[in-house]
Write a protein that binds this ligand. Structure first.
Ligand code: ADP
Ligand code: TRP
Length: 324
C-alpha cells in the first residue's frame, strides 16, 4: 500500500486556487487503487501566524468542510487535525530537532521570506520545517503532494529523516515529494497568484451576492464593449477556461474575438459557471459548516485511526532511543 500524505494550513478559508491547485488533484490521487491517503489540517503550523483561537477554529472548520465538500472520502482514508494528535507530532519533532543542523533551518527560503515580511518572528516559524518532517514520517508516508513552493520543505524533511536513520538505524520511511509541474498558478482577481495573503482570492463558498461581487472585482482592461477583446490576456477568461468544458471555452473565445461582448457579460458567465460546477460542493460545504457535530464526527474518527499509526511509530522511535 502506497501512503500519500499532505497537510493544509488553517490560515484562512480555502479559495479557488487552493481547490483547483491542491484539493481536487489530491482527491484524485486518493482514488487510485493501492493507495491510502492521509490528509490533515496543519493547525499547529498555523499557530506561527494566526494568534486568535477563534479564527484558528473557524479556519480549521472551513478547510475541513472544503475537503469533504470536494469529495474526499474520509472513511476510507485518514482525515484529522494535527492539534488533536499534537503529543505524537511534537514529541517526534523534538527528536528530529536534535538531528537538524541549525544552518539548514536558518537558510530555509520560507523562513527568510517570512522573517523579512512579518513583525512576529517566533521560534515556531524557525522550527516549522521540523514539525513538517515529523508530520510526514510519523505516518511513514511515501509520497507528499504539494505545490512548488513546498519543494525545499520536502527536501528538508527527507534530509532530517535520513539523518535520524543514520544515527539510530533505518526505522523512518524517507518521503518523496509529488510536485505536478504542469499545475498552473491560478491567478487572483488582480492577475497575480491567487492567495489568502494577497486579498485577491475568489471564495467559491460565499453566499451568491458576495460571490458575484468578488467576481465583478476581477481586473479587466478598458476595451469598449463593442470592440473585439484578447482572451489570452484576460483574467476572467483564464479563470473561466480552468472550469469550463472545451466547447464552452471555444464559445467564450469567439465571444471575445467577435466584439459586442463586454467583460461584465464574461464575469456574469463565470459566476454562473462556478455556481453550476460547484453546486454540490457549495451545498455540502454549508452542510458541514452548519452541522458542527457531523464534521466533528468525521474528524474524531479520523483522529482515532491516525492516532493508532502515530502511537506505533512513536513506540518504535522510543525503542531505538532507549526510552522504553
Ligand atoms: P495561500 O497562498 O492561499 O496561503 P497555501 O500556501 O495555504 O495558499 O496553499 C495551500 C495549497 O494550495 C498548496 O498546495 C499550494 O500549492 C496550493 N495553492 C495555493 N494557491 C494556489 C494558486 N494560486 N494556484 C495553484 N495552487 C495554489
Ligand atoms: N507547509 C505546508 C504548507 O504551507 C503545510 C504542511 C504542514 C504540510 N505539514 C505538512 C504539507 C506535511 C505536506 C506535508 O502548505
Amino acid at each position: 500500500m502506497t501512503r500519500i500524505l499532505t497537510g493544509i494550513q488553517a490560515s484562512g478559508r480555502p479559495h479557488l486556487g487552493n481547490i483547483l491547485g491542491a484539493i481536487l488533484p489530491a482527491i484524485e490521487q486518493s482514488k487510485k487503487p493501492g493507495t491510502e491517503s492521509f490528509l490533515f489540517i496543519a493547525d499547529l503550523h498555523s499557530m506561527t501566524t494566526v494568534k486568535s483561537p477563534q479564527t484558528l477554529a473557524e479556519n480549521t472548520r472551513a478547510v475541513a468542510s472544503a475537503w469533504l465538500a470536494c469529495g474526499f472520502d474520509a472513511d476510507k482514508n485518514f482525515f484529522y487535525r494535527q492539534s488533536r494528535l499534537a503529543g505524537y507530532h511534537t514529541e517526534l519533532m523534538w527528536y528530529l530537532c536534535c538531528q537538524t543542523p541549525y544552518p539548514m533551518l536558518a537558510n530555509a527560503h520560507s523562513f527568510k521570506d517570512k522573517s523579512d515580511r512579518l513583525s512576529d518572528v517566533n521560534a515556531g516559524l524557525f522550527t516549522y520545517p521540523v514539525l513538517q518532517a515529523a508530520d510526514i514520517v510519523l505516518y511513514h508516508a511515501n509520497f507528499v503532494p504539494v505545490g512548488k513552493d513546498q519543494k525545499q520543505h520536502l527536501e528538508m524533511s527527507k534530509d532530517i529523516a535520513a539523518a535520524f536513520n543514520r544515527t539510530f538505524g533505518e526505522i523512518l520511511t524517507l518521503p518523496e515529494p509529488l510536485i505536478d509541474e504542469t499545475v498552473m498558478v491560478i491567478p487572483g482577481t488582480d492577475g497575480s497568484k491567487m492567495s489568502k495573503s494577497y486579498n485577491n482570492y475568489i471564495d467559491i463558498f460565499l453566499p451568491e451576492k458576495q460571490l458575484l461581487k468578488s467576481i465583478k472585482s476581477i481586473l479587466s482592461d478598458s476595451t469598449p464593449l463593442e470592440e473585439p477583446k484578447n482572451p489570452e490576456t484576460d483574467i476572467t477568461f483564464k479563470l473561466y477556461s480552468l472550469i469550463a468544458s472545451e466547447t464552452e471555452v471555444e464559445t467564450m473565445r469567439q465571444n471575445y474575438l467577435n466584439g459586442g461582448y463586454g467583460y461584465g457579460h464574461a464575469k456574469q458567465a463565470l459566476y454562473e459557471l462556478i455556481m453550476k460546477r460547484f453546486e454540490k460542493e457549495r451545498e455540502l460545504f454549508n452542510f458541514y459548516m452548519d452541522d458542527k457535530e457531523a464534521l466533528e464526527k468525521k474528524l474524531k474518527a479520523g483522529e482515532e485511526k491516525a492516532g493508532e499509526i502515530a502511537r506505533k511509530t512513536i513506540q518504535d522511535v522510543r525503542n531505538v532511543l532507549g526510552f522504553n
